[in-house]
Design a binder for this molecule. Structure first.
Ligand SMILES: *Cc1c(COP(=O)(O)O)cnc(C)c1O
Length: 429
């Protein structure tokens, strides 16, 4: 079996390793549940995007802005910053995070439909590359915020090209019905308005059509529509310096999924832009950079055989990895040690008191109580979406580099979870 995330996640003599380290050693040292990432996988993924851009005449000077929300651990942000990446942020919190991780503010783009005035002021003060603006009201607020600081805010409009990415409805964002972006038909008029605002500087056009796309066709359709928009803007005397194509490139979760290679996705898009040699390209990949670079390591607490179903009750739960409960998404679950014991079919469930608390259903596994399991392809939207539901401390995070394991986030203590709560005084009698 060719595991998602291979060759950085692979069996050696029946024991699953991350790079050169057996996962059993990580469990012994740091406990479970635990997110485990491969440094080599993370850097290889970013390098592949950067190389695919640099190989194209148009992509030279292009910028890969990692979508921070996929996994915002400081160590991962710092690795990417050191490799020259920019960042796509969606909150003031993420701005502070990327700056703390050593990001160059000049390589940060700010997306999101609900930026507050305070968040705008912080991003203006930091000197970010671009605000990806999603509504008329937001343009006005940004113009005012920039005016107060005596600055010109660099803006793109996030345009909604109305293409169907054919993905899960919760992660498709580029349809007319989505809350995101402005309809492409309204964009020329809105750009004219933005160009007239005294404290804005129009610099780009932005789109992001959805997530976990396995077919490159919707990207291509979106670029075609953006090109028509660029012509319309040029006719109005509005010059565009960069085109931001968003993120959304999918990864392999299931054995039968074949997401396109990064260059297969990108090169045809860049080819369409030939003749516009001055245009810079910005990309905002999230999942594709980190998703298959991480797994969730967990231990079986109990096996609970039943007449209709067998359950494997594990120490990780929906609060650690929410994707199966939220999107009905599928993660490969494998034994950390391959043993010669009889297998069975299990629903792999957590201890949380919800029927939706499963990480996998009907999985063939050869396991006993106390064994370790790995939930694969969990590097994106895993830890980042975790919660403390059921007063469960969030998992530890470990970054493997060769045969070394670095703890990049310690497991939370229970007392951390109620540290900000207070009881009210006794009633006077
Ligand atoms: C979430 C998001 C991304 C990243 O999406 P992936 O599917 O993880 O690549 C990029 N841009 C914007 C605006 C986003 O909201």
């Amino acid at each position: 079996m060719n595991l998602p995330g291979s060759p950085y996640f692979a069996y050696r003599q029946g024991f699953l390793h991350v790079e050169d380290l057996p996962l059993a050693h990580i469990a012994a040292q740091f406990g479970t549940p635990c997110y485990v990432y491969s440094r080599a996988a993370l850097t290889a993924n970013l390098r592949e995007f950067q190389a695919a851009l640099a190989a194209h005449p148009l992509g030279v000077g292009g910028l890969v802005c990692y979508a921070v929300k996929a996994n915002s651990n400081l160590a991962i942000l710092n690795l990417f910053a050191r490799m020259g990446a920019g960042f796509d942020i969606v909150s003031g919190g993420e701005l502070q995070r990327v700056l703390a991780a050593g990001a160059d503010a000049g390589k940060v783009v700010f997306s999101g439909v609900g930026k507050s005035a305070t968040e705008m002021e912080q991003a203006l003060a930091a000197g970010i590359l671009c605000f990806n603006v999603e509504s008329t009201a937001e343009l006005e607020r940004l113009d005012a915020a920039a005016g107060r600081q005596g600055k010109k805010a660099p803006v793109s409009l996030r345009v909604n090209p109305d293409v169907d990415p054919g993905t899960h409805p919760y992660i498709s964002t580029g349809l007319k019905s989505a809350k995101f972006g402005v309809p492409i038909a309204d964009a020329p008029a809105l750009y004219e308005r933005a160009a007239r605002m005294p404290n804005l500087e129009v610099v780009g056009v932005d789109c992001h059509i959805g997530s976990q796309l396995l077919d490159p066709a919707p990207f291509s359709e979106a670029v075609d529509r953006l090109l028509v928009l660029l012509e319309a803007l040029a006719a109005r005397g509005i010059a565009i310096h960069h085109l931001d194509l968003g993120g959304g490139l999918g990864i392999r979760y299931r054995q039968d999924e074949t997401p396109p290679e990064i260059s297969t996705y990108l090169t045809p898009l860049l080819d369409k832009l030939r003749g516009r040699e001055k245009l810079k390209i910005v990309l905002e990949p999230g999942r594709r950079l980190v998703g298959n670079a991480g797994l969730l390591l967990t231990r079986v607490e109990y096996l609970k055989p039943g007449a209709e179903k067998n359950f494997a009750i594990i120490d990780a739960a929906m609060n650690d990895l929410m994707r199966p409960a939220l999107y009905e998404s599928w993660h490969e679950i494998v034994e950390v040690e391959r043993k010669n014991i009889p297998g069975a079919t299990y629903d792999v469930v957590g201890p949380v008191c919800e029927s939706g608390d499963f990480l996998g259903q009907a999985r063939a596994l050869a396991i006993a109580g106390g064994d370790l399991l790995a939930v694969l392809s969990a590097g994106a939207y895993g830890m980042a979406m975790s919660s403390n539901y059921n007063t469960r401390p969030r998992a530890a995070e470990v970054l493997v580099d060769g045969d070394k394991a670095h703890l990049i986030r310690r497991r939370e203590h229970i007392a951390d979870l109620y540290a900000h709560e207070q009881q009210i005084p006794e009633d006077p009698c």
